[in-house]
Design a protein around this ligand. Sequence first.
Ligand SMILES: Cc1cc2nc3c(=O)[nH]c(=O)nc-3n(C[C@H](O)[C@H](O)[C@H](O)COP(=O)(O)O)c2cc1C
Length: 185
Amino acid sequence: MPVEFQTFRNLMAGVCAPVTVVTTAHNEIPYGATVSAFASLSLDPPIVTVALDRRSQLLSHILQVGRFGVNVLARDQEDVAKRFAQREVERFGSVSWHFDCGMPRLACAASWLACDLENTVEGGDHILLLGLVEVAQRSDAAPLIYTDRTYGTHSVLFEREAAKTRKAKELALLGQFSLVGGDYV
Ligand SMILES: Cc1cc2nc3c(=O)[nH]c(=O)nc-3n(C[C@H](O)[C@H](O)[C@H](O)COP(=O)(O)O)c2cc1C
C-alpha cells in the first residue's frame, strides 16, 4: 500500500533539488521547461536522468528529436526558473540564449550538458529520460537550489562567491589608486 499522496509530496518538498531548464529544438524551434528531477546515473559511460511529467510538451519534442540539453541554473536565475515553468508565456523571449550542439543553451547558467537520448523508463505519471552526456561544461557560478518551495543556494558557495566579489572590488580599487600618480594614495 503506497504512502498517502500529500505525505509523500510534503516529504519531497523538504529535499534539496537542483533547478535546471531542460531544452531541445524541433524543426529549429526552441522548447524548454524547468526541471528539478535531474540527477547523475552513471560515470562510465556518463549518463544523466531527467524525469518529465507524461503531459509535458517538452517531453513529446525530446522523444521525437532524440536529444536534449540541460541548463543547470545559477543562484541568481530564480526568475528564469519561474518563467520556464509557466504556460502561455514566451519562455525564450525573456532570456539570452543561443544554439549549442543544436539545442538551446541559456546564458549565465551554472552548467551546460548536451545529451543523446539513450533510453526511457516509465515511472508512474512521469517518464525517466536517460541521456548519454556528450558535452559537459561548468562555470564558477553557484547553482540555484529548490527546497521547501523556495529558491536559494548552498550557504558555503554563497559565502565563497561573496568573498570573491569583495576581493575583486578591493583589487579594482587598488588598481584605481595605483593609476593616480603611480603611487597608492
Ligand atoms: C522548481 C520547479 C521544478 C520542476 N521540476 C519538474 C520536473 O522535475 N519534472 C517535470 O515534469 N516538471 C517539473 N516542473 C514543472 C514544469 O516546469 C511545468 O509543468 C512546465 O509548464 C512544463 O512545461 P511543458 O509542458 O512545456 O513541458 C517544475 C517546476 C518548478 C517551478
